[in-house]
Design a binder for this molecule. Structure first.
Ligand SMILES: [Zn+2]
Length: 83
């Protein structure tokens, strides 16, 4: 539904595929009539949220504003910690 490429102010956990830690793509997708899921993926396309939608941020409009991106980045750090 939506995509927004952005650069983080401080590095996050590096992508396990390419090592990138600052350039991400915010993504949002409508999953129900009034519910969207927001997540981030690496600029290389690596998406640790794949198959782990419980880590996605729930949002009514699926907007990719800074607040949602920061929440999704916190989940990115958690998901890539275990990797
Ligand atoms: Zn990557």
């Amino acid at each position: 539904m939506g995509i927004r490429r952005f650069k983080t102010l401080k590095p996050r956990n590096p992508c396990p595929e390419c090592g990138n830690a600052t350039i991400f793509r915010g993504r949002s997708e409508q999953v129900q009539e009034d519910l969207c899921e927001v997540w981030v993926e690496c600029d290389c396309g690596h998406n640790p949220f794949e198959g782990k939608s419980e880590h996605c941020i729930e949002s009514v409009w699926g907007s990719l504003d800074e607040g949602f991106l920061l929440m999704a980045l916190a989940e990115w750090d958690e998901l890539t910690e275990a990797a």
